[in-house]
Design a protein around this ligand. Sequence first.
Ligand code: SAH
Ligand code: SF4
Ligand code: F3S
Length: 451
Amino acid sequence: MNQFLTGRSFYVFTYGCQMNEHDSERIVGMLEACGAHRTDVFEDSEIVIFMTCCVREAADVRLRGQVNSIKNVPLPRTSELKKRVVCIGGCIGQRDGQQLIDDMHHVDVVFGTQNIERLPYLINGVLSRGGHIAEVQEESDTFSTDLPSKREHDWAAWLPITVGCNNFCTYCIVPYVRGRERSRAIESVVADAQALVAEGVQEITLLGQNVNSYGRDLYGEPRFADVLKGVAATGVPRLRFATSHPKDLTDEVIEAFGTLGNLMPALHLPVQSGSDAILKRMHRSYTVEHYLGLIDKLRAACPDISLSTDIIVGFPGETEEDFQATYDLVEKVGYSQVFTFIYSPREGTPAAKMKDDTPRSVIQERFERLVQMVQDKAYEQNQRFADRTLDVLVEGVSQRNDSIIAGRSPHNAMVHAPIPEGKTIEQLKGTIIPVHVDEAKTWYLSGTVVE
Ligand code: SAH
Ligand code: SF4
Ligand code: F3S
């Protein structure tokens, strides 16, 4: 059916969040099932797919530059095609559709977040008949999870439990490009987890824009705690989840950090701001007091838990007092990691129409002040691991030195250690090994493998 894909080579560029990473794994799985093969470098490919993100303006603008920059890169010598097939998918594909082809004539296929299963047919059509096609769908009734997949790593798997988002935080474009929240049945999530464990997967990360509201659409009430228990019972060595909205984090889920041995002691709990006035204008539906209450309960349930968060600096109308409240919150909580973003207006969202008169230079200065505090706190948090022996899931080698193992502790801290004599990284990859931490730095722990 997709015979024009057989024998073709392709390359995928993936930007944005884990949802896109997971969708890219599905795309690789589908195209390989059609007889195409993935290449390690873009230049060797006859088909290129961009999985795009528009959550902030920078990524959005960069995409067009990147798509244009590949225009004149020649096809591999062995190819008899007239031109490389250029496809754009993900969130910009969903938002801009046909406009991308109108603006960039070398783009052949545009698809969205709701119809990734159509990609092989669309490429096949272009290969057989030529021309361009943009096909975007409002809402989907299938789950990309039901498609074939080729995991990036044998030992780690993303497992989506919901897609879409109903929260409409006023700054955020995600609900417009990912559609309404839909949950997968608990039985199929657990069955997938069982299959992954049988394949030897060491770590499962449950995915959703707000995993805490899982099940509301299907069961009339959130049932995330049940999913956690069901997946934990498969015996997967490491279980994580992302992302949690503070307004929906229940006591039952908090307690799971103390009771489920394979639920890793790390939680990403985006706060966005430390000012109640800003949280209200963001439509986040919680107060700082409520958030700090959650942190207390989490630390009571699991004293060793590592916390991370997302923060937006420079939301419209942010005053010095609002910012100071955010700064104080970061100091108080003591996060292991904070992803800091400068507010970026997104067309079509309510915040884009809010009055915004804080000078850019003031926002930049606040941002830098915050980053300094984030670093100080990350360093401080990491000190508690010095001289401890941690189980490390080996991911590969350090970017700067290929004789150094890079892996993750249960707390999701990056750990470096020299490859022990007589071992190769290929033997160690995807295994969990004990590492003694000799020194704790800001962004990683440096240690020695215990043999
Ligand atoms: N669903 C997740 C992640 C959403 S996007 C959640 O709710 O946490 C990831 C992060 O990008 C957000 O947490 C937010 O901090 C940031 N973000 C989203 N829209 C943004 C915007 N318009 N400008 C700057 N940062 C933004
Ligand atoms: Fe965006 Fe808010 Fe939904 Fe997260 S919860 S994806 S920040 S609208
Ligand atoms: Fe970006 Fe889309 Fe994810 S906008 S953050 S790739 S849902």
